[in-house]
Ligand binder design. Structure first.
Ligand code: MEV
Length: 439
């Protein structure tokens, strides 16, 4: 077992690696070599990455891919996608190509309001608290003016502060429920700074408030933090076409395809076991764009799944229907995204990703990202109701297996050719590699 270490963060990068090699890798040089191999030879760039977080010892690469042919609100986009899962980008590209010949995707931001809360305890008369709040509300707002000034210039700011009585659920528990507009920033720092200022002012004003008894004056702030549940930071995207424009084969007519597709989505609307996987597929597309554009995919994930259960039951984020021979498929998803601040100005690939998208503002990025989710879901359901998911997955996975076996370029060429007409399974790939090598 590795010993307890103190002051680790203060060690140089080389010493951190030395410590790891000694205590975790039995001084095996391979571990050190692997870490060093992934350093960037451009020292400035490496330093930038080192400073993103603490204790950075190397870089962890993910593929930076692109999916072209996305027609969104009549404009063509090439989407940047950062994801390790082999079939996601191919699926997105396929869906994009399919829908660009059928009018493309339509997308619209419905609202952009974000939320933050000051959670506190108050021991006293709730009506007195309400009266106190109404008296100091404008002071609360103005106390944060040094923080909100710049945001207001960009069209954002604090929208509303509400006092919420939560004592029915937890004794003496109240909230300042605050709403914000953060323009093109994701706004986490802005919101949290405002909340901490509100909390400070709230406590100070309570101490000076003559109407409060001594115990009422002692408001205890439990915490001040933004919420990643953003049901009012919402975007919708959709596609539609005549049923007879949908894929058809000798086994499945376009009409049958449409009905089967709608049924597959209906299942995800009532069955949580399916809904979670269905939404996971949506998030394959969403996260890939979110990550490529330097946004916080954990926040997006948390908010999307919470939204999927907003009615008390976890369900699909997409919806499909057939009306008057028209098939339509749509998504509604909360996406608190930013195109300024955070990594957007720092990470060279994030900058490039945003440039690739034509430097979108936050709303446009919300639309593009929702489309990525819808496209991914379309591609997944398309495979599921026709060939099954494994055919495409294993084709893409073939390269991973070949790399695992360190196949040469010549071996790869021959095996890719072989698996064009044969089913890819892990054991079949191994058999074929062995056969090839034995000959
Ligand atoms: C795999 O990453 C995603 C799918 O399972 C999504 C789905 O089942 O809808 C293919």
């Amino acid at each position: 077992m590795a010993p307890v270490v103190s002051g680790f963060s203060k060690l140089s990068k080389a010493d951190k690696i030395k410590w790891l090699a000694e205590h975790h890798f039995g001084n095996d040089a391979t571990a050190t070599d692997t870490l060093v191999t992934y350093w960037n030879s451009n020292e400035q760039l490496q330093q930038l990455h080192d400073e993103f977080t603490e204790n950075t010892i190397s870089n962890y690469y993910l593929p930076f891919s692109v999916a072209p042919n996305f027609l969104i609100n009549d404009k063509r986009y090439t989407l940047p996608m950062t994801i390790e899962e082999s079939s996601v980008v191919a699926a997105a590209s396929k869906a994009a190509k399919f829908w660009q010949r059928r009018g493309g995707f339509k997308a619209e931001v419905l609202s952009t309001i974000k939320v933050g809360q000051v959670h506190f305890s108050y021991h006293g008369n709730p009506e007195k608290l309400l009266l106190f709040f109404s008296k100091i509300k404008s002071k609360l707002m103005s106390s944060a003016s040094h923080i909100t000034k710049n945001m207001e210039k960009r069209g954002g700011g604090v929208k509303e502060i509400e006092l919420r009585d939560k004592t029915a659920e937890i004794e003496n528990y109240y909230q300042l429920h605050c709403t914000f507009e953060t323009a093109d920033a994701m706004g986490a720092n802005f919101i949290n700074s405002c909340l901490e200022q509100f909390a400070k002012t709230f406590v100070a004003e309570a101490q000076e408030y003559d109407n409060f008894s001594d115990s009422e004056k002692k408001i205890e702030i439990i915490m001040s933090i933004l919420s990643n549940y953003v049901p009012e930071c919402l975007v919708t995207a959709s596609v539609s076409c005549f049923v007879n424009e949908l894929p058809s084969t000798s086994e499945l007519s376009a009409n049958e395809y449409a009905k089967k597709f709608v049924r597959a989505v209906n299942i995800a609307e009532i069955e949580p076991y399916r809904a979670v996987t269905h939404n996971k597929g949506i998030m394959n597309g969403v996260d890939a764009v979110v990550l490529a554009t330097g946004n916080d995919f954990r926040a997006i994930e948390a908010g999307a799944h919470a939204y999927a259960s907003r009615n008390g039951k976890y369900r699909s984020l997409t919806h499909a229907e057939i009306k008057n021979d028209v098939f339509s498929f749509s998504i509604e998803i909360p996406l608190a995204l930013g195109t300024v601040g955070g990594l957007t100005n720092l990470h060279p690939l994030v900058k490039l990703a945003l440039e690739l998208l034509g430097k979108p503002n936050a709303k446009k990025l919300m639309e593009i990202t929702a489309v990525a989710g819808l496209a991914q879901n379309f591609a997944a359901i398309n495979s599921l109701i026709t060939t099954g998911i494994q055919q495409g997955h294993m084709k893409m996975h073939l390269m991973n297996i070949l790399n695992q076996f360190e196949a040469t370029e010549n071996e790869k060429e021959q095996l890719i050719k072989y698996f064009k007409t044969n089913t890819v399974t892990h054991s079949e790939v191994v058999t074929q590699i062995e056969k090839l090598r034995a000959s």
